[in-house]
Design a protein around this ligand. Sequence first.
Ligand SMILES: C[S@@+](CC[C@H](N)C(=O)[O-])C[C@H]1O[C@@H](n2cnc3c(N)ncnc32)[C@H](O)[C@@H]1O
Ligand SMILES: [Zn+2]
Length: 293
Amino acid sequence: MPIPAQDLLRCPVCAGAWDPWRSSDRFLVCGSGHRFDVARRGYINFLTGRGTRFVPDTADMVSARDRFLTAGHYAPIAGALAEAAAGALVTPTADDGGPRPSVGSLPRAVLDAGAGTGYYLSAVLDRAPGAAAVALDLSPHALRRAAKLPHTAAVVWDLWRTLPLGDASVDAVLDVFAPRNVPEFARVLRPGGLLCVVTPLPEHLAELRGILPLLDVPAGKAEDVAHAAAGAFAVESVRAVRFPLELDAEAAADVALMGPAGHHASRDAVLAGLPGVIPRATAAVELSVLRRR
Ligand SMILES: C[S@@+](CC[C@H](N)C(=O)[O-])C[C@H]1O[C@@H](n2cnc3c(N)ncnc32)[C@H](O)[C@@H]1O
Ligand SMILES: [Zn+2]
């Protein structure tokens, strides 16, 4: 049995395709003999032997993210993203007009860039059953979870390098709170494919900034997406997704510790700094959908 979605992947060393005779469900070997093993936890590490200057999220940070997301606090973001990506991943049928995966041609394909635990990718795949997926992230801890998604190759990779996918190979790219390598997203997307980007708005979690170690959102972050993508993409839609968050102390600690603060702040210290009643907060993000020309 081949590795899920392996046809979407290219050798990260030579960009060659996999040799079907030398590859198996446990490892991939390209035509030039470069070999990559599938880890026991189901992800594949393409960064072997190549240092990267980034520090991946730790197991504790990933656990905080997993708890926070699976509790449903950001479900409205996942819903909006899945609806947007469905535009590229499902084909309405004439009989009932309902969404169906494409039939008769290659299965639809989606790349989640900086997928983390795969929470958003999971929502997208629920809307596009049968679609194949690649989840890229620096964090092996996060990818253990993403590797459990159907038809998904979870690959440890640095988004600032040439992505290990072929030209025009995917129908949609997702980027949620993650680094955006727009030229590479343009290369791997098919003409007409969608780039769906979620960025925080300046007021995102503003009510919690005084009591939690959260980074400020630089002004203009969302506009930067459209600007960086000009040329290769046309802006399809831009919408704000805003909703209230009712968090208890543990969830408030999770939302801080799943971000950069998780690299240096201790959970006890974060919990000790919280007031008895956590203020109601607002989640505010921008969902930009760009169509590959
Ligand atoms: C804020 S998290 C968002 C994760 C996921 N999209 C979500 O919203 O749950 C940012 C993610 O980007 C990953 N990341 C950061 N820099 C990266 C890089 N250079 N290459 C690949 N992944 C990176 C982190 O490991 C982390 O999982
Ligand atoms: Zn190779």
